[in-house]
Design a binder for this molecule. Structure first.
Ligand code: SF4
Length: 353
C-alpha cells in the first residue's frame, strides 16, 4: 500500500469529532487554527465555542473592541494571537468586504498567520495542496524518514515539506492533512508509540533502526528567567486602580493593578512603594499579602505578590499614563493576566471596600 492509502486506511478506523472539523467556513477554520497554536485541543475547544458564539461572523469580530476580545481570550496565553486576530479580522472586514483570502500567499499575509496556519486554512477551506507541518506531523514524518534533526530546525521542516508536497498533490488535501495530523497526535505519540501495531512499521526508518525514542531531537534549551511582580491594590469605594500594559513585553494590552518589578525575590519596602505611587502622606497603611502566586510561561516564571495600599480618597493618587479607576463590577469585562484574574476571583475582590 502507498503512504497515502496506509494513512487513509488508518484514518477510517478512528472517529475524532472536533467542532471545527465539519465546516468549510474559512473564518471558523482560521479561528480554530489561531486558538490551537501553542494550545492543546482540550483547552482550546471551549474558547473556540465561546468565540463563535460571541462573533458568528468575521464582521462581528472586527466590530468588537480589542478590550472585549482580550477579555474573551483571557487565560489562553500568548496574547499577541488575540491582537493579531482582531487586526486581521478588521482587515478582511473592511478591506476585503468580509471575503476571506483564498490563496496560500494571501492567507499568509494576514497578521498572525504563519506557514502552518496558512496551509491548514488553504487545505481545509479551499482544498489547496499544502501539507500542514505541525509538531505532531514533524514527529511522525521525521521518524518515518529517520531524520535526526532538531524539531525546530528549518532544514527538517523543509525536508518534511518536500516529502509531503508531491504526495498531497495527488490526494484530497483536507482529508490527507487531517489524517496526517491525527496520526501524529493519536498514534505516533511522543512517548511509547505502539510501533508493533503500526501500519507504517515496515517502512518506518526510526522503527527499523531502533531510533524511535531519539527522533526528533529536542529543541535547543532556552534559559528560563524568574521575574517578581509586586501588585499594588488601591481601592476607593466601588473602584480599583488599574493600568494597561503597553510596552513590548508579556501580556501587552492586558489590565492589571499598578505593578513594581524587582530583580530579587523579596517583600517590597513601604518607602519605595509609596514613592512609586508618589504618595507623600505618612499615614497610608500598606498591607502585604502573605501568599505569593506563580505563573509559568514558556520561557519565564512570574511570581506575583499583592499589597493593599489603604487610601480613602482617589485624589491622593496622581494618575500616570495608562492608569485609571475602574468600577469593580466591570473588572470581569476587561482582559487581565491569568495570575491577576485568579487572585481577584479567589479574593472576591469585588466585595472589598
Ligand atoms: S512505527 Fe512507530 S515511530 Fe514509526 S510511524 Fe509508526 S508509530 Fe511512529
Amino acid at each position: 500500500m502507498s503512504f497515502t492509502d496506509t494513512l487513509l486506511h488508518w484514518h477510517h478506523t478512528i472517529d475524532r469529532k472536533l467542532p471545527w472539523k465539519d465546516t468549510l467556513d474559512p473564518y471558523k477554520i482560521w479561528l480554530s487554527e489561531i486558538i490551537l497554536q501553542q494550545t492543546r485541543v482540550e483547552q482550546g475547544t471551549p474558547y473556540y465555542l465561546k468565540f463563535i458564539e460571541a462573533y458568528p461572523t468575521i464582521h462581528d469580530l472586527a466590530d468588537s473592541s480589542l478590550d472585549e476580545v482580550m477579555a474573551h481570550w483571557a487565560g489562553l496565553g500568548y496574547y499577541s494571537r488575540a491582537r493579531n486576530m482582531h487586526k486581521a479580522a478588521q482587515y478582511v472586514s473592511s478591506e476585503l468586504g468580509g471575503e476571506f483570502p483564498s490563496t496560500h500567499t494571501d492567507i499568509m499575509a494576514l497578521s498572525g498567520v504563519g506557514p502552518y496556519t496558512a496551509a491548514a486554512i488553504a487545505s481545509f477551506a479551499f482544498e489547496l495542496p499544502h501539507p500542514v507541518v505541525d509538531g505532531n506531523v514533524i514527529r511522525f514524518i521525521s521518524r518515518y524518514l529517520g531524520l535526526s534533526l532538531r524539531k525546530d530546525d528549518p532544514l527538517l521542516i523543509r525536508e518534511i515539506r518536500s516529502f509531503l508536497t508531491p504526495i498531497i498533490e495527488k490526494t484530497t488535501p483536507s482529508v490527507f492533512n487531517q489524517a496526517l495530523m491525527d496520526f501524529g497526535s493519536l498514534f505516533c505519540k511522543p512517548k511509547n508509540p505502539d510501533c508493533r501495531h503500526c501500519f507504517f512499521k515496515d517502512q518506518c526508518q526510526a522503527y527499523t533502526e531502533g531510533r524511535v525514542s531519539e527522533i526528533p531531537l529536542p529543541k535547543k534549551k532556552i534559559k528560563r528567567r524568574s521575574r517578581y511582580f509586586h501588585y499594588l491594590l488601591l481601592e476607593v469605594k466601588d473602584e480599583i486602580l488599574m493600568t494597561q500594559r503597553e510596552e513590548k513585553d508579556i501580556w501587552q494590552d492586558l489590565h492589571e493593578p499598578p505593578m513594581i518589578e524587582s530583580k530579587e525575590d523579596h517583600v517590597l519596602d513601604r518607602k519605595p512603594l509609596l514613592a512609586f505611587l508618589e504618595i507623600n502622606t505618612a499615614d497610608v497603611e500598606v498591607r502585604p499579602m502573605i501568599e505569593k502566586r506563580k505563573q509559568v510561561l514558556s520561557h519565564q516564571d512570574i511570581y506575583a505578590s499583592f499589597y493593599r495600599v489603604m487610601i480613602n480618597k482617589k485624589e491622593i493618587i496622581t494618575l500616570k499614563t495608562g492608569w485609571k479607576w475602574v468600577k469593580k463590577v466591570e473588572l470581569q469585562s476587561i482582559g487581565k493576566p491569568r495570575i491577576v484574574d485568579l487572585y481577584f476571583e479567589d479574593k472576591s475582590i469585588t466585595l472589598f471596600s
